[in-house]
Ligand binder design. Structure first.
Ligand code: C2G
Length: 154
């Protein structure tokens, strides 16, 4: 007969969470949202934006996709990393990975409510005082103040 649509019993009680991001110049705001999401589920899948998708988002990144994905997948709180290549892959990801919960920082509040019929959608407060843009600003400031001696080839 038809395979039961229900997941096997042993899987049924494992809640799966998913979140998405660029995670460029990985910082404490990224770590905190991943750890807070993992605290709400048993298994965390993270969609890391590819370089091509970031171009679509109008985002220039300092760190290439492979390295951003490697850093995120090395985290204890992350179980799986998938590439995020388009805005409209979330529905398929949720189905394919049997996702129970989608979490995003609240700068995205409301943007993914259309997925609420597929899984729970939660927006968590962003970590204040940190962003990739601010980090870039610190580096520019340090460079301007001569913090980095220019090493010329001997
Ligand atoms: N974040 C946070 N606190 C910060 C900075 C970021 O909680 N100080 C969260 C964001 O809200 C997001 C996640 O960290 O949920 C990743 O942030 P970005 O790498 O900036 O990702 P973004 O460009 O918002 O891409 O399809 C969704 C997009 O891929 C999200």
């Amino acid at each position: 007969g038809l395979r039961s649509r229900r997941r096997p019993a042993e899987e049924a009680d494992v809640t799966v969470g998913i979140t998405y991001g660029t995670f460029d110049l990985f910082h404490i705001g990224h770590l905190r949202i991943l750890e807070r999401t993992r605290a709400l589920c048993d298994r965390l899948v993270v969609g890391v934006s590819t370089d091509e998708f970031n171009a679509l988002k109008g985002k220039r990144t300092a760190v290439p996709f492979h390295d951003r994905a490697s850093i995120v997948s090395a985290l204890r709180c992350v179980d799986e990393v998938i590439p995020e290549e388009s805005w409209d892959q979330k529905q398929g990801d949720i189905t394919r990975h049997s996702v129970d919960l989608l979490v995003m920082g609240d700068d995205w509040r409301g943007k993914f409510d259309d997925l609420a019929d597929l899984c729970e959608v939660v927006y968590l407060p962003r970590t204040p005082g940190i962003s990739t843009t601010e980090l870039r600003g610190h580096v520019v400031e340090l460079t301007a103040n001569g913090a980095f001696a220019v090493v010329t080839q001997g």
